[in-house]
Design a protein around this ligand. Sequence first.
Ligand SMILES: [Zn+2]
Length: 238
Amino acid sequence: MQIIQGDGFTVKIVRSPRRKSLAIKVNQDGASIHIPSKLPLHFAETFISKKSAWIKTKLKQQCDREPIPKQFVDGESFSLLGKTYTLQLTDDMTKPTITLTNDTLTCRAKLETASKTAISAAVIAWYKNYATDYLCLRTQQISSQINLNATSVTVKTYRARWGSCTIRGDIQLNWKLILAPAEISDYVIIHELCHTLQHNHSPQFWQLVSQHCPNYKQARLWLKENGHSLTVEPYKPN
Ligand SMILES: [Zn+2]
């Protein structure tokens, strides 16, 4: 994911070979600029700085709005590591079972009787399971790259934080991080691994983070802007 840093916000760059002009979009997933494949980056940067006030207003409107709860219907979009997958409900003689293929998150279930509550529970259980495998493996990989070791890694549900690290070096990560692009969860992992050396947010701590994650400021800002939308909640009938 390529990002342009705006004045207090970030904009995701989306290049497309068919596009002839520049366009900025602001939605639940944050701000993005859509540009022709070969366009030099400084054109996009100038365009963004001209539209700065408008982007800020739109982002504020998005933040004030509650994220739209998932309805667990056929064709609905679900995020995983920065990619969007389409939910496909497939009739089968089974309790709700989730599988991931190229672009699809498939839920097999006996559709006549399976409640949306049961389908949402299966989707969330699948996410938590995937998050545990992915985040533990990624922590191991990053840990050996940057030479900072955790005593243990646990993936759990947090309401309002992305990770934590105890004085003993036990790291806890929020499973909802896998709803964000991989660079963002990598930043949180690096942040927590740096706490095994610096148990505070001192300038030395941030110096250590920037050494291992040069784009950490963008990642922090991205989480601040988009964190509220990183969730999949159990289905609640209206
Ligand atoms: Zn911290």
